[in-house]
Design a protein around this ligand. Sequence first.
Ligand SMILES: [Zn+2]
Length: 319
Amino acid sequence: MARERGLTVDVEGFNRLMEEQKSRARAAQKKSVIELSQIETSVPTVFVGYDKFETPAKVIEVVRVKDRTAVILDTSACYAEMGGQVGDTGNLSTAPACGGSPIRRSPVTRGCICWKAEARKSKSEVRRVGARRGSAEVDVPEPGAEVVLRVDAARRQAIQRHHTVTHLLHWALHEVVSRDASQKGSYVGPEKLTFDFNHAPLTPSQLADVERLVNERILENAGVSWTEVKYSHVRDRKDIMQFFGDKYGEWVRVVQVGGRPTGLDGYSMELCGGTHARATGEIGLFRIVSETAIASGVRRIEAIAGLEAWRRAGRNWRC
Ligand SMILES: [Zn+2]
């Protein structure tokens, strides 16, 4: 095409920049992961974080790898990174041996990380909390210790706002653009969301309509509810968003917005394992930041909600 138009292509420059981009991508992916084989525990950790930001827990196992320590608990309120939603951070404190007295104030770990790994053979699931710091002040609990795990609630709430509004955005895209605009992936973090879908570029008026529709639904303050149902009951429901072709277990979780709580009659319903706001009003202001191409035929919407949207809106408006 360039030749037709009398242009030359800097192939060498392109290749150099492509290599640079590849090494950037590789560096970004470098994570220190604790192999599941290093963990003996096969009992799955019970996740109570849909309803609670704090939970007592018992240390089942402690695994040290390089500069990290993974503390495996029997119960966790920290959401482990899954389905596009980032993992929670939180604090682990040792609890006194007998119940009733106050929790020791010194945090055992700061900036704990939670993540999940599937043990393919045993089909069990382990939720782990890793302490990032290896400094002397970090007092790692022993197996058998009673601890209290507290989720960083403000961060979690910011993540939840972005997750619930991702569902509203998905719904609004179907209303404004097309029901064929299917989700290709998403990222849900405390600072923003991204939503990938296959479609032609959206027009400015479509983007404006999507943004307005989502904000209208937020102000309506409809309830958000979730329920677990057998997958066979919802597999053929076209009104419940799901990734067709994805392997779901026997039980799935439906997150719905609007309708009777858990009545499977909301205007937005999706199979989703993530954590959510209780009502759309919690989301606050919603703004679309950009809509761009990320691959052939795949668009990405980047958007912000809640305090992030307020922060951005607040810039330079006072005269
Ligand atoms: Zn979701």
